[in-house]
Design a protein around this ligand. Structure first.
Ligand SMILES: [Fe+2]
Length: 497
C-alpha cells in the first residue's frame, strides 16, 4: 500500500501530515485535532478524513466549518464525502494542503523544513502573500531550474518539463509534441498519462498547435481552455470532447514552437480547477517552458557545432562527403522498421550524425589515403570509435549515444573492434549504426573501388546477417523499400558539392 500524507508549505519549509489507515483524521483549530491548523479562519473542527477500506482510498468531508473545505477549487457540500487522488488540492478555509499517495520528493520543495509531527504548531504564510505564485510553485520552478542546468539531453529536458508542468497543474495528461514537419506528422516525444482518445487519435488538435504557434488573443505562446463549453472553435472542442477533457492548454517551446509544443489536459472524470488557479498554474508552466527552451538552445548549439565539425571533416574528402548524414538517415529508417519508439529513433539519428567524430583525431593523410591501408595505418583508423567516445564524453547530452559511437565497428560474431564484443553485448544503437555504416560505405565510390549498385549492397548486408550484423537489424534493413533507400543515398551530396 502506498504511503499517504497531506503536505503544505510554510515559511520554514514543507510540513507533512502522515495519514495512517484506518485511523480517522480530524482537521481544525481544536488542540488535540489529528491535524491542528491554528489559523483564525479555520474552524475548531473543520474537516474529517476517513479511510474507506473497501475502496482503498481516503475520503474528505467538511465538518460544518464556517469558511468551508474545497477540493481542487470545488467547495464540498454539507454531508458530501469525496475520494482523494494523488495531487488533489484541499483547502481548509484559506489553508492549502496537497494529498500525496506514495513517496514525497522532499528535494523538490523550498527550504529544509522536513516532516513535522502532528503536534507541531504550524506558522502559516502571511495573509498578504502573492496567491498567483505560491511557494509550492516557486519550489517547482527552482527545482526544475536546477535540473535544467544539470546537463540533461533533449529527451531528459522534455521529460523534466513534463514532470514539472504535471506537478504544477495537477493535470494527469501532459505531452511534449514534436514540431510537425507536415500536416499529418504530429508526433509525441514524451508524455505522461493518456494522450490519445479511444480511437487512438492524439488529443492535441491541429488548431490548438497552430494557435499556440501563432499566438492567440494577443497572448503570445499560450492557448488556455478554461472551459470546453465556452470554446467557439469546433476542432478544438471536438478533440477535447472525444477525451471528455474540460480544460487544456498548449504552449510553444521556443519561438513559434521551434523545439515543439507542450500540451496538457484535465482528462475525464476530474473536477475542474477554478479559473484563477488554472491561470496561475499555466503561468508556472510558461516559466518552466522558458527555462526548458534556454536549456534546449544550449543542447542544440553543441549538437550543431559537432555536426558542423563532422561535415567539415567529411567535406575535405570526396569519398566520405555526406557519409554521416546518410548513415544517420538510414540508421533511423532501420530503427523505425525494428520497432524502436520515436525518441530512440531520434537518438539513433543523432548518433549516426556523430558516429565518426573520432576521425578528427586521426592523421588526415591516413584518412584520405587513396588505396589500401597497411597494418599500422589501419591500427590508427581503428582508434576512431574510442576517440569519438572520449570527445563526446565531455557532453552530458550525448550520454545515450556514446555506446553507438564506441561500438559501431563491433561485429555480431565478436570479430569487430575496439573490444571484440559479440551479440547483445553490443548496444542496440551500435548494431543499428553498423548496418547503415557498411551499407553507405559499400554504395560510395572509392578511388580503388567502384560504388556497389544498391541491390548488390543489400544482398551483401543480407549475407552478413548473424556474422557481421545482428539478424534482427538486417531484417529491419531489408524491410526498407529499395526506392526509399535510393532516395536516402543522395542525402548529404549537396553538402560537399
Ligand atoms: Fe566509423
Amino acid at each position: 500500500m502506498p504511503e499517504f500524507c497531506l503536505i503544505t508549505w510554510t515559511e520554514s519549509g514543507m510540513v507533512k501530515q502522515p495519514l495512517v489507515p484506518p485511523e480517522p483524521v480530524t482537521v481544525g483549530r481544536l488542540p488535540g485535532s489529528t491535524l491542528m491548523v491554528d489559523h483564525p479562519q479555520v474552524s475548531r473542527l473543520h474537516a474529517r478524513l476517513q479511510w474507506i477500506a473497501g475502496d482503498g482510498l481516503w475520503q474528505v468531508s467538511d465538518a460544518g466549518s464556517r469558511a468551508g473545505t474545497r477540493l481542487n477549487g470545488q467547495r464540498l457540500e454539507a454531508g458530501q464525502s469525496v475520494g482523494l487522488a494523488h495531487g488533489d488540492l484541499i483547502m481548509f478555509g484559506p489553508v492549502k494542503f496537497e494529498f500525496h499517495a506514495g513517496a514525497v520528493d522532499e528535494g523538490a520543495t523550498l527550504g529544509v523544513g522536513g516532516p513535522s509531527d502532528s503536534a507541531e504548531r504550524i506558522e502559516w504564510l502571511s495573509e498578504g502573500r502573492n496567491e498567483e505564485l505560491s511557494n509550492e510553485h516557486l519550489a517547482l520552478l527552482l527545482a526544475a531550474g536546477k535540473d535544467f542546468h544539470s546537463g540533461l539531453d533533449e529527451a531528459g529536458i522534455r521529460q523534466r518539463l513534463i514532470q514539472g508542468v504535471g506537478d504544477a497543474i495537477k493535470f494527469p495528461n501532459v505531452a511534449f509534441v514534436l514540431r510537425p514537419q507536415t500536416e499529418d506528422d504530429i508526433q509525441i516525444a514524451e508524455h505522461r498519462g493518456e494522450i490519445r482518445d479511444g480511437s487512438g487519435r492524439l488529443r492535441v488538435s491541429r488548431t490548438m498547435l497552430r494557435k499556440a504557434r501563432d499566438g492567440q488573443d494577443g497572448r503570445e505562446g499560450l492557448v488556455l481552455v478554461t472551459d470546453r463549453e465556452d470554446l467557439t472553435d469546433n476542432d478544438m472542442a471536438a478533440s477535447l470532447e472525444r477525451s471528455a477533457s474540460n480544460q487544456a492548454f498548449c504552449i510553444p517551446v521556443g519561438p513559434r514552437g521551434k523545439f515543439g509544443f507542450l500540451y496538457a489536459d484535465s482528462g475525464a472524470g476530474r473536477s475542474s480547477l477554478d479559473r484563477a488557479s488554472l491561470e496561475a498554474a499555466a503561468q508556472v508552466a510558461l516559466g518552466l517552458v522558458r527555462m526548458a527552451t534556454d536549456s534546449l538552445k544550449g543542447v542544440v548549439a553543441v549538437r550543431d557545432m559537432l555536426d558542423l565539425v563532422v561535415d567539415m571533416v567529411e567535406s575535405t574528402d570526396p569519398c566520405t562527403g555526406g557519409h554521416s548524414r546518410r548513415v544517420a538517415k538510414i540508421a533511423e529508417l532501420v530503427a523505425k522498421e525494428a520497432g524502436f519508439d520515436a525518441a530512440s529513433c531520434k537518438r539513433i539519428y543523432e548518433c549516426g550524425r556523430i558516429h565518426d567524430i573520432g576521425k578528427v583525431s586521426i592523421d588526415q593523410q591516413v584518412l584520405r589515403k587513396p588505396g589500401r591501408l597497411d597494418d599500422a595505418e589501419f591500427a590508427q583508423i581503428k582508434r576512431h570509435p574510442e576517440e569519438g567516445h572520449r570527445i563526446l564524453q565531455k557532453y552530458d547530452q550525448f550520454s545515450e549515444t556514446l555506446s553507438g559511437v564506441l561500438q559501431h565497428h563491433e561485429k555480431w560474431d565478436g570479430t569487430g573492434y575496439p573490444h571484440g564484443l559479440a551479440g547483445t553485448e553490443i548496444s542496440e544503437m551500435g548494431r543499428v549504426i553498423a548496418v547503415a555504416d557498411v551499407f553507405d560505405a559499400l554504395t560510395c565510390e572509392r578511388p580503388y573501388r567502384r560504388a556497389m549498385p544498391l541491390e548488390e549492397a543489400r544482398q551483401m548486408i543480407a549475407r552478413g546477417s548473424g556474422t557481421h550484423f545482428d539478424p534482427d537489424m538486417v531484417s529491419a534493413f531489408m524491410a526498407i523499400p529499395p526506392d526509399v533507400l535510393a532516395r536516402y543515398m543522395e542525402v548529404g551530396k549537396a553538402v560537399t558539392a
